[in-house]
Write a protein that binds this ligand. Structure first.
Ligand code: DC
Length: 228
């Protein structure tokens, strides 16, 4: 099956498997996959490494604004970069995860990231995941998916993922971080996480990956008919 040149927006709560589904779609239909959360994580990593976030978690917004003027944050085929440094691993730690939501709630941070995301969207044939892709970044996206799953299922997935990366997660901390991020992401003033009115909801709590891809095929066929 083929799909025309469109934008696919996948939004939803933390650890619902948005990137896993997005990557599968990208591979199957030769789309460019873009992880918008990685940009917010990159900004957060930079802020942490430069003492812009103090040990109590307070953010020096003036310094952050100044730092963004020269921050060279980019996606390459092998992940997220700050200048010539690959940061794909460093942006996935629990430390970054626990500071990223307040950073991403700052309006000038959102403008910084949005500008970069829009540049990629010009190409079309893009599948992008995040929190506000279908509502704010690409409200014109032809296919919008809103993913959700039960918190216990999501925490377990995140825990397994961190363990597989050689980190030593503690389940209570993982769950706490997840619920905190859900709350901040969906209650912030600027483009909060919410389902676009025209998004298809996918609750994958009890689904296999194969079932998810079949669900997506059905959705695409319903929208575009059977395309060779
Ligand atoms: O998808 P993720 O968990 O890597 O995203 C990290 C954080 O970035 C998430 O807690 C909220 C923020 N984010 C956002 O506000 N808007 C997006 N489009 C993507 C991520």
């Amino acid at each position: 099956m083929n799909i025309p040149d469109i934008i696919i927006a996948i939004d939803g709560y933390s650890s619902t498997g948005k990137s896993t589904l997005a990557k599968l779609i990208a591979e199957e239909y030769s789309f460019l996959y873009l992880d918008s959360g990685a940009m917010y994580r990159g900004v957060t990593l930079h802020a942490l490494e430069n003492g812009i976030i103090d040990s109590d978690g307070a953010i020096d917004e003036e310094r952050l604004k100044e730092a963004l003027k020269t921050l060279d944050l980019d996606f390459r085929t092998d992940g997220t970069y700050i200048g010539d440094r690959g940061v794909e691993r460093d942006i996935r730690t629990l430390e970054v995860s626990s500071h990223v939501s307040p950073i991403s709630a700052i309006p000038f941070v959102r403008s910084f990231v949005d500008e970069r995301l829009h540049a990629f969207g010009l190409r079309k044939r893009v599948v992008m995941d995040g929190r506000d892709i279908g509502t704010t970044v690409f409200p014109e996206a032809e296919i919008k998916i809103f993913m959700t799953a039960r918190p216990e299922v999501r925490a377990q997935r995140r825990f397994d993922e961190m363990e597989a990366k050689g980190q030593n997660p503690v389940m209570e901390e993982v769950m706490k971080n997840l619920l905190e991020r859900d709350y901040i992401d969906s209650h912030r003033e600027t483009s909060p996480l919410s389902r676009a009115a025209d998004a298809y909801v996918l609750d994958n709590s009890d689904m296999t990956l194969h079932e998810e891809t079949v669900w997506f095929q059905g959705l695409a066929q319903g929208k575009f008919g059977i395309l060779e």
